[in-house]
Design a protein around this ligand. Sequence first.
Ligand SMILES: [Zn+2]
Length: 337
Amino acid sequence: MQVTVSMELHNRVKRIVGLFAVGMLLVPVFSLSSGNRASGLETTKVIYLTFDDGPHPIFTPLLLSLLDENGAKATFFPIGSRLEERWENDDLQDLLNRGHAIGNHSWNHRNLSMEEENEITFQLNQSSAVTEKMTGYRPSCFRAPFGEKNQKVLETASALGMKHIDWTVDPQEWNDTSVEKSMNHIVKRLEDGAIVLLHDRRFLALPILREIFKTFPIAEWSYESLPDCGNGNEKNLRSATRKTGDVPIGKVVDIKKTGSNHTMTGWGYDPDRPEGGLQVLIQEPNNQHLMSIYTDSQHDFTFEITNLEIDGPICLWLKDEGLSRHNAFIGCHNAFK
Ligand SMILES: [Zn+2]
């Protein structure tokens, strides 16, 4: 496996970011179980956006685009039966590719605190089984429908390997409120580490999210997926679900700040190139320039970002080596000074 040569951008101008592939020169040392940091700035305040009750055929893709425009990561709690009926494996893999996390929100949105243990187990187990079939692993977190939980619910979930995730900010967009009212509530309640409850089945979640990004800008706030919803073995488990001809999957796992540089690490796997050497396409913000690096034999990639003077996220794709259906998008990511 050869080391990818470093690449200088053509027509370098002052604002341009320098991206250097360091390939196998750096041993990947990232933690797969940690939440996906949207920014390399350690002191940045964190917001955990969560979206319940999806997937919705129109609003969920729109929300995913809006999150990527801002390099933001979130956690989704889809309803199991809806997930099975509305999404293919590739749709859920795409959500994970972009750096988001997935949780369990029951099979068909029962109030679990009113149910017997059998039914609670069915509701949680059936939903996790759908996620596992699509992604190779079961969620490690859940959110009880309506937030209604008791000891029995928590214990049943715990036996299935799941921790409950509450919220700290509920803008009530499910209740046909206005964007203004929701924002008033958010501004009052939002602090470092806040968990915001939104619903991807509601159109109103979109304008509210747009306002959140305006009020809590990405240069100051880091939007991350919930660390409790990650899976330490995600790369291997997800890769095992792929078969010949499938589009690649992958993820940017970490963005580390070292001095004035950032190191971005991740992985990409295409079953049609099992030996590695998969092309990773990198697009810097506000520039058409596309650069590429390659994964190593362990399907990992690393590159350095220097001369950081950027005002938008860096977006990445994995080149499809199979039937050339399409390249896999692995999200847009922030790396600010
Ligand atoms: Zn719900």
